[in-house]
Write a protein that binds this ligand. Sequence first.
Ligand code: G16
Length: 542
Amino acid sequence: MSIVTVPCTPYADQKPGTSGLRKQTRHFQQPNYLETFVQAIFQVKPPEGALVVGGDGRFFNAEAIQSIIRLAIANGCKHLIIGRDGLLSTPAASHLVRSRKAGGAIILSASHNPAGPDGDFGIKFNGPNGAPAGEDVTEAFFEASKALTSYQTIDGPPCDLSALGSRTVGGATVEIIDPAADYADLMEQLFDFDQIRGLLSSGRFHLLFDAMSAVTGPYGREILVNRLGAPEDCLLRAQPLTDFGHAHPDPTPANAKELVRRLAAQGGPDFGAASDGDGDRHMVLAPGFHVNPSDSLAILTANAELVPGYRGRMSGVARSMPTSRAVDVVAKALNLPCYETPTGWKFFGSLLDAGAITLCGEESAGAGSDHIREKDGVWAILFWLNLVAARGQSVREIVEDHWRRFGRHACVRLDYDGLPAAAAQELMAALTRSLGDLKGQSFGDQTIEGADMFDYVDPINGATAKDQGVRLFTASGGRVVYRLSGTGTSGATLRVYLEQYTQEAARLSDPAADLVAPLEALAKEAAMIEKLTGRSEPSARV
Ligand code: G16
């Protein structure tokens, strides 16, 4: 096999967003598009040590991995570690980088975005600590991509990814591994598998896990069925499909209709769970009940002492700025430091590396810990199973107990999708200009007590991230946050996060939408959303 230099014309739009480079699949299929970005990665981060490669199995994964193998070897990589059939969940890839002391990982996924020729595709690079590359590095990828006039590859036949074991390709070792084995071992170290096994075999508790036809099917089978003894029929949509069965692999009740239906049925499961396309998000359900992701982080933190992997070793916690402040209240009660970071898992990396935090999470269905450097869907589900087993309570009882003890931060997110980018940016600019005027203003019975733009300085390395979203604080303990999504692939998405704190016993279990209703009116009016976007209602409420 020989190294081939392929001339190419640079693309001008390869700027990574909240989580790597995400575009429509067809965009990625343009000639040399993927190759240009991968070459830019290797230009900035020449392969050192082993490179972990895998993805969520979506359409174009298989072709992309073959290209990456060729480019990696041509750029000097001597050892590739690849999940069988190109599959690796994002958390498993992060774990492999750390456990195998690899130089980094290339992960192929557009996470919870739909897949297929008309769906989305994505690629991101994680460094030797297993964490997504920081903004300085992704910015360097972008700069390098704009200047490329050629990339290096090798010729030769495609590599067989279906058989476990190592082979030599172009002088490099290509090692195909079981995607779930190492990860399952790690989970076994963190959680009390005996206690969970006891729960699952008690005959009184049934779980249903929806893998959404995405990457976590094999993980669910290995952990829940093979190691914890749950019956095979506890798995729903467990076969990974390249188009995720034409479904949306975002773990929300609306996208998991069969799971919700089965939970609601007489004699149905007691515990429902789902994970997203690449396995880093989670959803936990009980019959007629959905655990809000911000609450999930707070509850995991409050109960961490019940879990072997966290007992006696909680150093601190962090949440992304739009995530509700439920965890702040817990941290205060437990005397733990609590950090507020911009949206994007990459901002937790330095805090985790420094040992400043043990758990962290986000409103966008992500929670995780220092066991890896990504959020982790299956981990969060196992954490919940461990809590149910240790406390002997149902999911709903655990959540309602939590609210009684700490108060409740009811939250709802409004998404305005597909806005013209210019209109969305103008809305944010106008809102930012009006911050001074908004302070002290009343909307209905709500008064704005504070208003600012969230800028971040990383307490560990001093890196800064400016303009991360507008925050309005109300006198009644409410908060409204506005920011533009960094993961969309067409137009702009305005996200408006509403959060209302209450300790009023009679209202604790009210629907979140009712508790935040006064804030919704304020949020729409203060930012003149209808006037500036023409939309009177959001596209989605999450
Ligand atoms: C990514 C990031 C998360 C972020 C989420 C939503 O998740 O890793 O940190 O919270 O996107 O971001 P945005 O509001 O900018 O769309 P994932 O699961 O898509 O990789």
